[in-house]
Design a protein around this ligand. Structure first.
Ligand code: HC0
Ligand code: SF4
Length: 573
């Protein structure tokens, strides 16, 4: 510990803290803009400056370690003026069209200038003009909103290990973007959106599908159905003031119904289908000497990552489509047939915690008989905007349920949204199949939690099954390098592109840095899923009665010819 004086009072704090952290532990908040714990600790924006006795210049508190006997002042006139100057300079060339900005009311620049009481800007000068890169299906970049904080650069480089974004040019022309100012669409971007959820302003946002959903809902000739991904229910509540980690499944179902969808279905149901298909594929590969380790293929950012960076390893990917697309393919075949609806009239909307899903649905191979499996994919954030636009009072909604037929799911389907969840769900089914029993223990805790790479050996019916789970693409790369080098003897690997899995996807509600720095969103949101799993009577995919019916009435066996036609796919080097 060290003792120091902050704003005239004596404190004792752990010696490994920065001044910013130390101040916060004693209840003194210092504003920040560029700082993001463990991700972007560069001291660049200088909004967090403090006065330190004995030092001539003001110091950036986010990168300043505490010292014994230090005397710090966080709230002097000099400090306040410096912060104001800094923010005014940022605002001077910023495109300040707040009223039409996607991040209005959830913008850290807006908050900090409001908190500093900035009412006019003394340095008014040349302004950045709106400049959009909206060529991809997933991401829109507007460099006139960028404040050069570097958070997106660090998220892409340091968290995801990819490095699409960097600083370009100098002086007034400095900007952030892919090399040579090319479009994100031309860069090997995986559309994970991790850059977007750390952006403090409106420089990076998802390509909105909201207008298309409203139009479809108004079109009387269309039968518009919706599926909602596992992780949506773990975070949607944050947009309506609920505590992080609150599960809002019931209100989510009611909100979707009120928006006017003809059927409210659940991607969790399709996650159960995926387990049937993927589990069977794994058992087949184990038995017939197929390519091992087999790796999950449901996270589209991850699929793009391996296609771009390890094309030689594509045979390791499971041939299964993602649950999102399995759902769409079955909606336009199984559901259409059983309900006498022309598949051409069905519009499948998906609500996903993910920005990469918007690009996944456009992959030409993900269609059946010329019909795209999923027509429109929106993020959790976009759904929240629709609910607000429809003036639905979310907190007052009754707890509803998803519709039968494609809406009932097992606990295994729910946990797909957290890292390790797909693996655990698969093990529950594979273990029952291999032992021929209905095993009581369904909790595979070794694959839970937010450790970057988890490994375990599970003995099932006398066979050792070696498994690994990785989340974020840096960790994915580590496992793939091992496979490439012939050093990996796993049988089955789960990989999710986003840190923490889908609960922390690029389409989830955006929490400001001062929340992200102290709360582990990955762990809190995951809890919301594991508790729903624990509360379910049916916790294994193959025990879901709706899944049994699907196979009895329609698909026959998992991996049957029909299942292959509808539910499996291929990849591109
Ligand atoms: Fe996921 Fe999925 S679990 S990728 O993380 O497998 O986005 O939530 O919907 O498709 O089910 C995202 C989440 C999904 C899919 C499912 C898988
Ligand atoms: Fe990097 Fe992901 Fe952002 Fe693309 S979407 S720039 S891969 S962080």
């Amino acid at each position: 510990n060290v003792s120091l004086i902050i704003n005239g009072a004596n404190y004792e704090v752990p010696s490994n803290l920065t001044v910013l952290e130390a101040a916060r532990t004693v209840g003194i908040d210092i504003p920040t803009l560029c700082f993001l714990k463990d991700i972007n600790e560069v001291g660049a924006c200088r909004v967090c400056v403090v006065e330190v006795e004995g030092a001539r210049a003001l110091q950036a508190s986010c990168v300043l370690p505490v010292r014994e006997g230090m005397v710090v002042n966080t709230n002097t006139g000099r400090v306040r003026n410096a912060r104001k100057n800094t923010v005014e300079l940022l605002l001077a060339n910023h495109n300040r069209e707040c009223t039409t900005c996607v991040r209005s009311k959830n913008c850290e620049l807006q908050s900090v200038s409001e908190e500093l009481g900035i009412r006019d800007i003394r340095f008014e000068g040349a302004k950045r003009e709106p400049k959009f890169d909206d060529a991809s299906y997933s991401i829109v970049r507007d460099s006139s909103k960028c404040i050069l904080c570097g958070r997106c650069v660090s998220a892409c480089k340091n968290v995801q290990g990819i490095g699409i974004l960097d600083f370009l040019n100098r002086g007034f022309d400095t900007t952030v973007g892919p090399a040579f100012e090319m479009s994100m669409n031309d860069a090997p971007c995986i559309y994970c959106g991790q850059c977007m959820v750390v952006c403090p302003v409106g420089a990076l946002s998802e390509k909105s599908g909201i207008d298309r959903v409203w139009s479809a809902l108004e079109d009387k000739s269309k039968h518009v159905i919706v599926q909602s991904a596992p992780a949506v229910r773990a975070a949607l509540g944050e947009e309506f003031g609920y505590e992080i980690g609150t599960n809002v499944t019931g209100k989510l179902a009611t909100a979707l119904r009120k928006l006017g969808f003809a059927k409210i279905f659940d991607t969790n149901w399709a996650a159960d289908v995926t387990i049937m298909e993927e589990g069977t594929e794994l058992l087949g590969r184990l038995k017939n000497g197929g390519k091992l380790p087999m790796i999950t293929s449901c996270s589209p950012g991850w699929v793009r990552y391996i296609e771009f960076n390890y094309p030689d390893l594509l045979e390791h990917l499971s041939s299964c489509k993602s649950p999102q697309n399995m759902f769409g393919a079955l909606a336009k075949s199984y559901y259409a047939e059983k309900h006498g609806i022309d598949p051409k009239d069905i519009v499948v909307v998906s609500v996903m915690p993910c920005t990469s899903k918007k690009s996944e649905i456009e992959r030409p191979e993900l269609s059946v008989n010329g019909l795209q499996d999923v027509d429109i994919s929106i993020t959790t954030r976009e759904l929240a905007r629709m609910i607000k636009e429809a003036r639905i009072e979310f907190d007052k909604l009754e707890e509803g349920t998803f519709d039968a037929f494609m809406g009932d799911y097992s606990g295994a389907g729910v946990i797909f949204g957290a890292t390790g969840g797909v693996m655990e769900a698969a093990l529950r089914t594979v273990a029952d199949v291999l032992t021929g029993q209905d095993l009581e223990n369904v909790d595979y805790t070794a694959v839970r939690g937010i450790e970057g790479i988890k490994e375990a050996t599970v003995n099932i019916a006398g066979t050792d099954v070696k498994i690994a789970v990785a989340h974020n693409t840096t960790n994915a790369g580590i496992l793939l390098d091992k496979i490439r080098a012939g050093e990996a003897d796993y049988h089955f690997i789960e990989i999710m592109a986003c840190p923490g899995g889908c609960v922390n996807g690029g389409g989830q509600p955006i929490q400001p840095a001062n929340v992200r720095n102290v709360i582990d969103l990955r762990a809190e949101r995951a809890k919301a899923l594991y508790s729903e799993d624990a509360s379910k009577a049916v916790r294994k995919s193959h025990k879901n009665p709706e899944i049994k019916k699907l196979y009895d009435e329609y698909l026959g066996e998992p991996n049957s010819h029909k299942a292959h036609e509808l539910l499996h796919t291929h990849y591109y080097a």
